[in-house]
Design a protein around this ligand. Structure first.
Ligand code: AMP
Length: 215
C-alpha cells in the first residue's frame, strides 16, 4: 500500500523536485495542481484560460476550481500506489475539501511534509529556475544547468522561465503563501500529521529527510 501524503513549502522550496524523486524511486504518483493548470493553459482549455488570469499575477486560482480538479483526479478510486500532492492544498478550505474527498473513499492522509528555506535563498532559486515545457523537469542556471543551453537533458524539450518566477510576481506569491497557506500548516499540525524539514542543502540529503517523514 503506497503512502498518501502532501508536500508543502513556499515557492522554490523544492517540492516538485522531491515529489518527482519520490515518484521515480518509489513509484508514488506525483499530483501537482500547478502542472495540471499549466497543461490546461497550454492546451487552451476553458479551465486553462480562467486559471491564467490568476497564475500570471501570482494569485491563487479560486478554491472551487482547484478542488474540482483534485476531486476528479482522486475521487471515487482506490489509491493503492498512494499519491503525493504537490501544491495542494493551499488554503484551509482546500484542506477541508481534501479530507472530505478522501473520507468518501474511506481513506485519510498519512503525512504532510513541509519544506522550509530562507527567503533570500528562495529568491535566488526562482530567478535561475528553468523548466522543461514538455516533461516539467527543473534546472537551475547556476546550480543545476542543462548540458545544452535551453534544452532538457531528459527529453530534449524547450526550457523556459515560468512567467510567475519573474521577480515582481515572486513577491506576490510569497505574500499569498504567508497569508493563505501558512494556516494550512497549523491545520495539519493540529491533526498531528505535520513533519517539518529543512530544504537547504543537497537534494539527496533532503530526499532522505522526506522519506524519513513518511510511514
Ligand atoms: P505551483 O506550480 O504549485 O507553484 O503553482 C503555480 C500557480 O498555479 C500558483 O501560483 C497558483 O496561481 C496556481 N495554483 C496551483 N495550485 C493551486 C492551488 N492548490 N490553489 C490555488 N491556486 C493554485
Amino acid at each position: 500500500m503506497g503512502v498518501r501524503a502532501v508536500i508543502m513549502g513556499p515557492p522554490g522550496a523544492g517540492k516538485g523536485t522531491q515529489a518527482k524523486l519520490l515518484q521515480e524511486r518509489r513509484g508514488v504518483p506525483h499530483i501537482s495542481t500547478g502542472d495540471i493548470l499549466r497543461d490546461a493553459r497550454r492546451a487552451g482549455t476553458v479551465l486553462g484560460c480562467e486559471a491564467e488570469r490568476y497564475m500570471a499575477k501570482g494569485l491563487l486560482v479560486p478554491d472551487d476550481v482547484v478542488i474540482g480538479i483534485v476531486a476528479d483526479r482522486l475521487g471515487g478510486q482506490n489509491h493503492n500506489q498512494g499519491f503525493l500532492l504537490d501544491g495542494f492544498p493551499r488554503t484551509v478550505p482546500q484542506a477541508e475539501a481534501l479530507d472530505r474527498i478522501l473520507d468518501e473513499g474511506g481513506e485519510q492522509l498519512d503525512a504532510v511534509v513541509s519544506i522550509s528555506v530562507p527567503e533570500d535563498e528562495l529568491v535566488r532559486r526562482l530567478a535561475g529556475r528553468r523548466v522543461c515545457r514538455q516533461c516539467s523537469t527543473m534546472f537551475h542556471l547556476e546550480v543545476d544547468p542543462a548540458a545544452r543551453l535551453a534544452r532538457c537533458d531528459r527529453c530534449g524539450g524547450d526550457l523556459y522561465q515560468r512567467e510567475d518566477d519573474r521577480e515582481e510576481t515572486v513577491r506576490a506569491r510569497f505574500d499569498v503563501y504567508a497569508r493563505d497557506t501558512a494556516p494550512v500548516l497549523r491545520y495539519y499540525g493540529d491533526a498531528g500529521l505535520l513533519h517539518e524539514i529543512s530544504g537547504v542543502g543537497d537534494r539527496e540529503a533532503i530526499f532522505q529527510h522526506v522519506t524519513a517523514s513518511l510511514p
